[in-house]
Write a protein that binds this ligand. Structure first.
Ligand SMILES: O=P(O)(O)OC[C@H]1O[C@H](O)[C@H](O)[C@@H](O)[C@@H]1O
Length: 472
């Protein structure tokens, strides 16, 4: 067995079957068998769309040699020049960066980390809360700070507002003429304002392929630059994705976990499991669940199907963290409505063997802990939760991650992206647009636009939908 085989993700779907959790709430193997042709058709459609150049995310593991070289050179050149590397982006232009950072560099990654191993500190600023935004700038020495503005559209209000502020912050410190050296733009090659600005200011630029949507873009320079700047092995990330891609191309249904799971998710949804919980038992995978939430929600939550019929479909993704949320969410998952399918992410080997010291042997309810290790404890808690869910007839399954590293993380990203495409096909929706979000963006623009902000705000507040609001 090669080293890479040792690192292959394993999907354990036993606990979705009726034999395990009961006729009424589970799926039967026959149901999957009967529907497997639908999944294979979905698979075929995806491969055909890929051949037409419409599935950009599937090209990423293979077609980025030049980009990877440039990313690595850039990181090598700039990592010593700057103490701080700040990503300005939102949604698909932020969540992947955070997920990589938490998984590979620091399981407790947050905005205020210390510098490590000669790499700059990474900050990801993905909101426009005035206090948070100001607090971040207060932490930075502008002369030692490099911003990476990420926006595929190049016009997202939150990101561009942050950019305008960051630009002034830098210009005030180093002068207008040097602004460009403190910014890298990651955007579409030829649409939107960011590319125009990048050219004007002489910024370094990286591009997001047109056929890769924001939420599928973690393995483009969107996610790869901050990874490279902080010492993550980006080639291993892409190798992991390529390895999973091969598995996802398998046209024997039962050998293709993305097909099997895409179909399970679809059938579960049809059976009323409209809530989709992702629960890693691992701090490192905490933000993968957050990244997945956007992927699943924006891809599958749709008003119309491919033929334009109103359908209003979409499972609601929920993120949880084991064991923490056993003490917050588990009660609902165990006894609440039968409307959930839970996916656990289980890590087989943690990087740390931490023993629980033995003491108080005379106290039976405590003495049993000593001598075990924390990795035994967290996984035992996961197994116990799984058993309790089975006893309550709750559909659940486990994706086993041999260990968390770049190669397995690349597999995880790719697996979920492919599975999302499959479930989108089965739901007969376009998994690659987000018209609902665009409407909100347009309203922001309409209200916030240059002229008459106050009048428009008053009009909005007095509009019919707000008139009857209860004022506390
Ligand atoms: O990268 P940008 O164009 O700035 O887009 C950032 C985000 O904007 C919207 O909210 C879209 O629905 C997301 O899919 C996207 O990731």
């Amino acid at each position: 067995m090669s080293v890479k085989e040792d690192l292959r993700l394993k999907l354990d779907i036993n606990n979705v079957f009726a034999e395990m959790i009961g006729e009424e709430h589970g799926l039967t193997v026959k149901e999957l068998e009967d529907a497997k042709e639908e999944a294979l058709r979905a698979h075929q459609n995806i491969l055909e769309a890929e051949a037409e150049g419409k599935m950009g995310f599937m090209e990423l593991p293979y077609k980025q040699e030049e980009v990877v070289k440039e990313l690595k050179e850039t990181a090598e050149e700039l990592k010593d020049k700057f103490d701080n590397f700040v990503v300005l982006g939102i949604g698909g232009s932020a969540l992947g960066n955070i997920a990589v950072q938490t998984a590979i560099n620091d399981p407790h990654y947050n905005l205020f980390e210390e510098a490590r191993n000669g790499y700059p500190r990474l900050f990801v600023s993905d909101n426009v809360d005035p206090e948070g935004t100001k607090a971040l700038l207060d932490k930075l020495d502008p002369k030692k700070t490099l911003f990476n503005v990420i926006s595929k559209s190049g016009s997202t209000a939150e990101t561009m507002s942050q950019f305008l502020l960051a630009r002034k912050f830098i210009a005030d410190a180093v002068g207008e003429e040097n602004v460009g050296e403190h910014f890298i733009a990651t955007t579409s090659k030829d649409s939107g304002y960011l590319i125009e600005i990048a050219k004007r200011e002489g910024m370094k630029k990286f591009f997001i392929p047109d056929n890769v949507g924001g939420r599928f873009s973690v393995l483009t320079p969107v996610g790869l630059l901050s990874a490279a700047m902080t010492g993550v092995d980006i080639e291993e990330l892409l190798d992991g994705a390529a390895y999973m891609d091969k598995i996802c191309r398998e046209d024997d249904f039962w050998k293709n976990p993305a097909l099997v799971n895409g179909l399970i998710q679809y059938l579960a949804y049809k059976k009323g499991k409209i809530m989709n919980v992702m629960m890693p038992y691992s701090d490192r995978l905490r933000d993968v669940a957050d990244w997945y939430r956007q992927l699943w929600a924006e891809s599958l939550g749709k008003e119309v199907d491919r033929q334009g019929n109103q359908v209003n479909v979409g499972p609601t993704p929920i993120k949880a963290l084991g064991a923490t949320d056993q003490h917050s969410q588990a009660q609902l998952y165990m006894e609440g409505p039968f409307d959930k399918i839970i996916t656990f992410l289980e890590v087989e080997n943690f990087g740390e063997e931490l023993e629980i010291p033995g003491a108080y042997q005379d106290l039976a309810g405590l003495g049993y802990l000593g001598g075990h290790s924390f990795d035994e404890l967290i996984n035992t808690e996961k197994w116990a939760t799984e058993l309790a869910l089975n006893k309550r007839k709750r559909m659940n399954q486990t994706l086993k991650v041999p260990e968390v590293n770049e190669f397995t993380l690349g597999q995880l990203f790719y697996f979920f992206e492919f599975q999302t495409a499959v479930t989108g096909e089965l739901l007969n929706v376009n998994a690659f647009n987000q018209p609902g979000v665009e409407l909100g963006k347009n309203y922001t623009y309409g209200i916030f636009g240059r002229d008459g902000y106050q009048e428009k705000k008053d009009e909005f507040e007095n509009s019919a939908s707000h008139k009857d609001d209860l004022i506390l």
